[in-house]
Design a protein around this ligand. Structure first.
Ligand SMILES: [Zn+2]
Length: 103
């Protein structure tokens, strides 16, 4: 289970209502685009807290099942989380990763 939060608790109630509505609408568009509307639902779990829950008995979209089948990075190989390039040492990866923040 994943939790997400919208952190703006000093808004006036009307603004806050709009913020939550926009947030929920935005996420519902993302759910649609990811094809996960039938597999997951968003539930408000507190004043500033939402939970994404798996709908019991639901089937995952094919793209999610494919990701689970993709081989993981082998041990002793360091993969850049930004572009996927692989390096033999974590130092090389660290030097490479900095480039993503500079450019
Ligand atoms: Zn990279």
């Amino acid at each position: 289970m994943h939790e997400i939060m919208v952190a703006e608790d000093d808004l006036d109630p009307r603004e806050s209502h709009e913020l939550f509505r926009d947030f929920e609408n935005g996420l519902s568009i993302i759910f649609d685009n990811l094809n996960i509307t039938t597999a997951f639902r968003l539930r408000r779990a507190g004043k500033l807290k939402y939970k994404i829950e798996r709908i019991p008995g639901s089937e995952l979209p094919t793209w999610m099942a494919e990701i689970e089948k993709t081989p993981k990075v082998p041990e002793g190989v360091f993969e850049c989380p930004h572009c996927g390039r692989r390096f033999p040492t974590d130092i090389q990866l660290s030097m490479h990763t900095k480039l993503h923040y500079i450019t």
